[in-house]
Design a protein. Sequence first.
Length: 137
Amino acid sequence: MSPASFALDPRLQADTHAVAALPLCDVLLMDDARYPWLILVPRRTGLVEIADLAEAEQQQLWREANQAAAALRAVAPCDKLNLGALGNIVRQLHLHVVARTPGDAAWPGPVWGSGKAVPYTADALDARLGALRRRLA
């Protein structure tokens, strides 16, 4: 999915499943069935902050975030979308897009650090990836 010079952070690699490659970002699905949760990772080496992207790439990141958010809302209707670029543990630039509903496992608090992740079952993972890929194609 990514050029040879780009390497995905090992923690992101371990915690996610590949969904799609957009012009700037790889789109990943967080392996936590409690929340519909995408992560966008610009395929650029050495970036930590959104401000590290060139202005045109910042604009592209937001276009792709909107595209990912629309796909996520279509397959997992929600009351609120949380977007965040924390990077306190994984420094590689990445943007979280999380669909939230009242009563989810962390509501109304943040999803980060809230309990233990519940991996998708094989069938649920295949269904979620398929639905997202169709929307992002």
